[in-house]
Design a protein around this ligand. Structure first.
Ligand code: ITT
Length: 191
């Protein structure tokens, strides 16, 4: 069965493809011209919007990920605005570090909501994963994408950008969401 991966973010796409590899589904990329406006107020609303609209437009099953960083000292910002916090990843990190300048509370968490829509656009399932961490005062590491260089895991004593892709997959918000999603996939359709 075809499953369209409804993301335009290359970093996310790579991780989603790795999580979904070898499950028997025929993964397809979202047509690049197909862009969904994220008008929802929550990760769940945006994930469902993206999955539904891409499924409807392609007539195939679709999976979407809406994710972001919630920083305690910023009242949960940037949250659903994580991708739109600044022009690009480097500028997003620069803005975050500036907002947290002098702040001692560095607690944060990554959130990931994943939704799967049927070919008719109906949402078939939705899961959510969280990963706690701390925001460093300067970037460390070159792996991953987005806020990874400033997101430090106290458990593993490294940032998401310093750890291997395998370790990130096993502990990240996206990994935790996939842990819930993967056992449910066979109940939706035979791949
Ligand atoms: P799509 O909607 O096309 O999937 P997007 O980048 O707009 O791409 P989101 O609206 O879900 O996706 O924004 C998520 C943002 O949160 C993303 O751009 C990163 O800045 C950040 N983010 C999410 N997961 C991350 C991760 O694993 N590591 C670092 N940053 C992450």
């Amino acid at each position: 069965t075809v499953l369209v991966v409804a993301t335009g973010n290359p970093g996310k796409l790579k991780e989603m493809q790795a999580h979904l590899a070898d499950l028997g589904w025929e993964l397809r990329l979202k047509p690049p011209e197909l862009e969904v406006e994220e008008t929802g107020a929550t990760f769940a609303e945006n994930a469902c919007l993206k999955a539904s609209q891409v499924a409807l437009a392609t007539g195939e099953w679709a999976i979407a990920d809406d994710s972001g960083l919630e920083v305690e000292a910023l009242g949960g910002a940037p949250g659903v605005f994580s991708a739109r916090y600044a022009e690009n990843d480097a500028a997003c990190i620069a803005r975050l570090l500036k907002e947290l300048d002098g702040e001692l509370n560095r607690a944060a968490r990554f959130v990931c909501t994943m939704a799967i829509a049927r070919p008719n656009g109906a949402i078939a399932l939705q899961v959510q994963g969280f990963c706690p961490g701390e925001i460093l005062r300067a970037p460390e590491g070159i792996g991953g994408f987005g806020y990874d260089p400033v997101f430090y895991s106290p458990d593993h004593q490294q940032t998401f950008a310093e750890m291997s892709a395998e370790l990130k997959r096993s502990i990240s918000h996206r990994g935790i969401a996939f842990e819930q999603l993967i056992p449910l996939l066979p109940t939706l359709a035979t791949p």
